[in-house]
Design a protein around this ligand. Structure first.
Ligand SMILES: Nc1ncnc2c1ncn2[C@@H]1O[C@H](COP(=O)(O)OP(=O)(O)OP(=O)(O)O)[C@@H](O)[C@H]1O
Ligand SMILES: [Mg+2]
Length: 263
């Protein structure tokens, strides 16, 4: 579905992404791992239209999408979540979800008499959709909670929920499990698997937690120093000498568990 060919992203003389090529197969849950600073988020940002590549090409279903802005990619069904959650903290969880879809008749028709009924209908449909999403994610008890009051893990679920308000095809998740406790991490993992199986979402996820990656992802792509180092099943990756080498010093370990233990 997504092919990134020989992508470079340089910041001055520094090569954050240095000729990376990856393929994300339709229907897969592809993992992207690598030590801190490997260029994973930067590559995501290039694919998701947040950053222009210095060079290289990105296609989606064969169509060149290099350099398209995020809102255009959004309409093509390519969505990403951020390493840091972006919620509207003073709005409720339900309202946060209702903010997501574009292209309603809202603004333009706001003052017209005929528009009112349509707006009310759309709002009702949006609210119903948001409620369905919250139920799917098993956080319907938080519907009317202010998003700012959610725990880190609940905010990550809300981020995932936002991708369900539209007809997403491929979703990029940047460390959706970071700092999340075990229980919520399992909920997030289950939601990803169900979205993949039941709704046909293709996923690409960056994660440091190898248990999480091994449970969900096939294939797993390993990046180091801006390049793709290896690709394969989680098992093969974890036995790959070069991969172990790349992780020496940073440690191929379970960050999420560490973070949860600290909390
Ligand atoms: N806007 C920028 N300007 C300069 N350097 C940047 C910029 N963005 C990222 N970098 C650098 O590029 C490198 C890759 O960063 P990136 O965020 O892609 O790594 P990552 O693999 O996502 O790491 P982590 O696992 O810590 O999130 C890092 O050394 C980072 O400091
Ligand atoms: Mg990152």
């Amino acid at each position: 579905m997504i092919v990134a060919q020989d992508v470079h992203k340089h910041f001055g003389a520094f090569r954050a992404v240095d000729g990376a090529s990856i393929e994300i197969r339709t229907g897969s849950i592809t993992g992207l791992i690598g030590p801190n600073g490997a260029g994973k988020s930067t590559l995501f940002n290039v694919i998701a239209g947040v950053l222009e590549p210095t060079s290289g090409r990105v296609t989606m279903d064969g169509e060149d999408i290099t350099g398209l802005p995020p809102h255009e990619l959004f309409h093509k069904g390519l969505l990403r979540t951020f390493q840091i959650a972006h919620e509207f903290s003073s709005m409720t969880v339900q309202e946060n979800l209702m903010m997501v879809p574009g292209g309603q008749s809202g603004e333009a028709l706001w003052n017209t008499w005929f528009g009112r009924k349509r707006i009310a209908d759309e709002e009702r449909a949006l609210r119903a959709k948001a409620d369905e999403v919250l139920e799917f994610l098993t956080i319907d008890h938080l519907t009317h909670e202010k998003a700012g009051n959610l725990s880190g893990g609940q905010k990550k679920l809300l981020e995932l929920g936002r991708t369900m308000m539209v007809d997403a095809k491929v979703v990029f998740l940047d460390e959706v499990g970071a700092g999340v406790n075990r229980t919520l991490l399992n909920t997030i993992g289950d939601a990803i698997v169900r979205l993949n199986k039941e709704r046909g979402y293709t996923f690409c996820l960056i994660e440091h937690d190898m248990d999480f990656i091994a449970r969900l992802c096939d294939p797993v792509i390993v990046m180091a120093e801006g390049k793709v180092l290896a690709q394969g099943s989680a098992d093969t990756i974890m036995q790959n000498e070069q991969v172990i080498e790349a992780y020496l010093g940073t440690g191929l370990k379970n960050k999420t568990q560490d973070a949860a233990a600290e909390a």
